[in-house]
Design a protein around this ligand. Structure first.
Ligand code: ARG
Length: 475
């Protein structure tokens, strides 16, 4: 029996049936159909410009590819596992549709540079889409920040009450994380925006092709430099998986706060009914499944990063079939991150902020203790160590009468130590305490507003720069 594969010429026997399944990537790489068609259009246009294909052949190829695109999008395309992958599935269909010209498309190209191109185009477009969603998330966080620059809540360290901060300031802290995520994605995009097309199998091609033309037509900065590196490189996918892992770690930290804040112990926020779930047994329950899932997704993101790192480790140059295992990790992380970002944004937009609960919580944990010590240092010329000690006595006294430091009357406070003047009582106000932290980057309302202002100007510049990365590929 002859081998009927596109590559079957040198084979006397057909492949074992089980190999159709084992060898094939078609069930998952059909997601790359658009990139494959665009790459083939650019490649055939280039072949024509370089005199390798005639104008008629190129036009037939483009027409054939357009109808294949329609067939796929209308669900009429017949995917045959025996075609192995999306590249061969499209090429065989093209030959069925247009005959001989279809067989010429693969001149000066190999599936090795073809898959490297398709996968890179996919990853860059996924990067673009995730970056757009990160910008939307940042804008949502900034809206919350603007609304809550005077909403006082307990700032924590070690999950213990530490010092009063405002909720807007905390929203700015998360915004800073997502700004770094966006910049990380942008730098990955720039670093990887180079075209491997024309590298052929591993060593380039004897045809006089123009790699600069295809690179430009497909929206790349330039062609990649070395053919062997180009067909074996999957750093672009790893960069993306790492960027998403870091992003998911930040999402997971915010999600953890949302879980805590929505619990009875905190009640700082109430999640909207549309983003909460119930329990099948306990009728009273309203569960934070959504932030929990957002938190849990990071396991999958890190898993995908490690999956690909492990596949690539120790691979000799150049292309190896192992790399076929690269795509699902990226598809999975991308699709999950896309939905996480949409949901997180809506969750933030619809949750209720319970200012009174935050304020009430500030009355526990002696949040203004550092302020009292600072007051004694700055107004009474008491060395910090001693001021720390006197304040400790005040805390212990407040506890002994079942009060928070901020609830002591002037008389009670002055009774603690003769070194404490009446004026020190002002240091125990939560608002004064929060607003006294006016250092650059501090939590005072003024400083928070300044942070919001710089984050907003960053956002408008980043949005303009981001839109420039949208690929324009018209053929
Ligand atoms: N399906 C393959 C992959 O995803 C395409 C490249 C195959 N190249 C080859 N020489 N077998 O990696």
């Amino acid at each position: 029996m002859e081998n009927s594969k596109l590559w079957g010429g040198r084979f006397k026997e057909g492949a074992a049936k089980i190999l159709d399944t084992f060898n094939a990537s078609l069930p998952f790489d059909k997601k790359l159909y658009l990139q494959d068609i665009l790459g083939s259009k650019a490649h055939s246009s280039m072949l024509e410009r370089c005199g390798i294909l005639s104008k008629e052949e190129k036009e037939a190829i483009h027409k054939g590819l357009d109808s294949i695109k329609k067939e796929i999008e209308n669900g009429e395309f017949i995917f045959k596992l025996s075609d192995e992958d999306i590249h061969m599935a499209i090429e065989s269909r093209l030959t069925e549709l247009i005959g001989n010209a279809g067989k010429k498309l693969h001149t000066a190209r190999s599936r090795n540079d073809q898959v490297a191109l398709d996968f890179r185009l996919f990853t860059l477009s996924a990067n673009y889409q995730i970056s757009s969603l990160v910008l939307e998330l940042i804008s949502t966080l900034l809206d919350l920040a603007k609304e809550h620059t005077t909403t006082i809540m307990p700032g924590m360290t070690h999950l213990q009450h530490a010092q009063p901060v405002n909720f807007g300031f905390i929203m700015c802290a998360y915004t800073c994380m997502f700004v770094r995520d966006f910049e990380r994605l942008t730098s990955s995009y720039k670093r990887n925006n180079f075209s491997p097309l024309g590298s052929a199998a591993l060593a380039g091609t004897p045809y006089a092709i123009d790699r600069f033309y295809t690179a430009e037509a497909l929206g790349f900065e330039a062609p990649t430099l070395n053919a062997t590196d180009s067909v074996s490189d999957r750093d672009f996918a790893l960069d993306f998986l790492y960027d998403l892992s870091m992003l998911s770690m930040h999402i997971s930290r915010l999600a953890e706060e949302l879980v805590l804040w929505s619990s009875y112990e905190f009640r700082f926020i109430t999640l909207s009914d549309s983003y909460s779930t119930g329990s099948s047994i306990m009728p009273q329950k309203k569960n934070p499944d959504v932030p929990e899932l957002l938190r849990g997704k990071s396991g999958r993101m890190y898993g995908n990063l490690f999956r690909l790192l492990t596949v690539l480790k120790g691979l000799p140059l150049a292309y190896n079939k192992d790399t076929q295992e690269d795509k699902e990790a990226v598809f999975d992380s991308f699709e999950n991150m896309e939905i996480c970002l949409q949901i997180l944004k809506d969750l933030l937009k619809t949750m209720q902020i319970n200012k009174d609960k935050m304020q009430e919580a500030c009355k526990k944990g002696h949040l203004c203790a550092t302020d009292l010590a600072d007051f004694l240092v700055s107004h009474c010329n008491i060395p910090f160590r001693e001021a720390h000690h006197i304040t400790g006595k005040a805390v212990s006294y407040a506890e002994s009468i079942g009060k928070d430091l901020s609830e002591l009357s002037i008389e009670e406070l002055c009774k603690v130590d003769s070194a404490i003047p009446k004026e020190a009582h002002s240091a125990l106000s939560l608002e004064n305490s929060m607003n006294s932290r006016n250092s650059y980057g501090g939590t005072s309302t003024k400083s928070t507003l300044a942070q919001i202002e710089s984050l907003e100007s960053w956002l408008s510049l980043a949005t303009i720069a981001h839109h420039k990365n949208q690929r324009k590929m018209e053929f």
